[in-house]
Design a protein around this ligand. Structure first.
Ligand code: UDP
Length: 445
């Protein structure tokens, strides 16, 4: 008998690929065949990394389609790339589906696409295939897109939803007009997707975003989707993880290490990078710092003179960490984070105090959740030059680590989330595809 067969389509960004890959693995667990469709570029990055290590790797087929008009097109030009995605990918996806349906016994029965890939939902609708949009970030973002502002007042969906400055909307925080236009196009895709999809599922939970979920009942919480919760490795990494830092963590005292990581996109200017480096040196605490390749324009040269030697074994610097494992490690005391949604979920489910250092777009909404709604954080203040100084970083870390009220609140939040994670089976059943109609069957637990 033919199996239900889902095409799972992420947006080509690290913070989108990891959670939807986790969703794909859970679909496999429910007996669904999955073809995971990346763009050609992302496909190359992902296949050279973590998938092979994971038990579900063999059960997921990886496919790719081109996202550009010409092979030499510049991926760093967001504007061009978005335009070419919208022009090329719908046709390429349709061709892929037709080929699978011709050659594979298990025809495509549904499409689960990232909410930013509204065009994929459109293709599914045109081809009469069941469809679900998946949102990998805080539900506040699609909710704000669904209530597009017509003026420049703060957007406040409810009293317990982070108010959003129009300038922090996903598209408005960039400097160049091309990127603003490109991101605006993607947000329009989210709105389109929400109109055409049968399900709009989100990597979040009512425990964290109750007000927004009650305002938008069409957005369905199925998160947090964390591989660590099923004792598996995170999959879908664009970079090779440096797991040696886990052995280094084993050697540190419990609750002593500052973990610093800013996700996959954040870029630091030289002086801010150096202030952070010096503050970690001055902290006199062990620290584990992810310095991604390309995080500063100069990378190695950006460290102050003699820095790495002076810090010695007290500081561990890696280019990509097995983050979920790091955050679950008992030696980690706090997390200095850019507040990407995945990092936020991974931090709070481990009951870790977060020091918020948002960089752009939804990271500011996430900071508001952490600071004002869940009340579990401290943040940094910038000086007149817009820099977070070494003194500010050092004293805020000290204050956070000496503060017990955060720990009590975090403990309550962690317990609440653990209860959600224990209902995991109910959540994964939500994703099962009924054998009769090959529809995505969603029943809220
Ligand atoms: N991550 C990781 N190793 C690192 C840094 C990040 O595995 O050294 C993972 C992290 O666990 C999270 C994802 O990369 O799942 C980053 O997503 P997030 O939404 O936090 O940030 P983005 O990269 O989208 O800005």
């Amino acid at each position: 008998m033919a199996k239900p067969h889902a095409l799972v389509i992420p947006s080509p960004a690290q913070g989108h690929v990891i959670p939807i890959m986790e969703l794909a693995q859970r679909l496999v667990k429910q007996g669904v065949k999955v073809t995971f469709v990346n763009t050609d570029v992302t496909h190359k990055q992902v296949t050279s990394n973590a998938l092979k290590k994971d038990g579900f790797g063999d059960l997921i087929q990886l496919a790719s389609i081109s996202d550009r008009l010409e092979p030499w097109e510049d991926t760093n030009d967001h504007c061009k790339l978005t335009k070419s995605i919208l022009k090329t990918m719908p046709e390429n996806l349709q061709e892929l589906i037709e080929t699978i349906n011709k050659e594979d016994g298990d025809k495509v029965t549904c499409i689960v696409a990232d909410g930013c890939m509204g065009w994929a939902i459109r293709v599914a609708k045109q081809m009469g295939i069941s469809r679900a949009a998946f949102w990998p970030a805080s539900v506040c973002t699609p909710a704000s897109a669904l209530s597009m502002p017509l003026n420049d007042k703060m957007i406040e969906l409810s009293e317990t939803t982070p108010p959003i400055k129009p300038t922090d909307l996903s598209w408005a925080c960039f400097d160049d007009v091309g990127t603003i236009e490109a991101v605006f196009e993607l947000v329009k895709e989210v709105v389109e997707a929400s109109k055409m999809t049968e399900w709009f599922i989100c990597s979040s939970t009512t425990e964290l975003e109750s007000a927004t979920f009650s305002l938008y009942p069409q957005l369905l919480p199925i998160g947090p989707l964390l591989a660590s919760n099923r004792l598996a490795d995170q999959s879908g990494h664009f970079w090779q993880e440096d797991s040696t830092c886990l052995a280094w963590l084993d050697q540190q005292p419990p609750c002593s290490v500052i973990y610093i990581a800013f996700g996959s996109i954040t870029i630091f200017n030289r002086s801010q990078f150096q202030e952070l480096a010096i503050s970690l040196e001055l902290s006199n605490r062990p620290f584990l710092w992810v310095v991604r390749s390309g995080m500063t324009k100069e990378t190695t040269a950006a460290y102050p003179d003699g820095y790495v030697e002076r810090v010695g074994s007290r500081g561990r610097i890696v280019s990509w960490a097995p983050q979920q494992k790091v955050l679950a490690h008992p030696s980690v005391a706090c997390f200095v984070s850019h507040c990407g949604w995945n990092s936020t979920l991974e931090g709070v489910t481990n009951g870790l105090p977060l020091l918020c250092w948002p960089y752009f777009a939804d990271q500011f909404h996430n900071e508001t959740y952490i600071r004002d709604i869940w009340k579990t954080r401290l943040g940094f203040n910038k000086d007149e030059a817009g820099i977070i100084t070494r003194g500010e970083i050092k004293s805020t870390v000290e204050q956070l680590l000496g503060e017990n009220t955060f720990r009590a609140k975090l403990w309550i939040l962690k317990k609440m989330l653990q209860a959600v994670l224990e209902k995991e089976d109910a959540h994964t059943k939500i994703l099962a595809i009924s054998s009769s109609g090959y529809k995505i069957e969603i029943q809220m637990p």
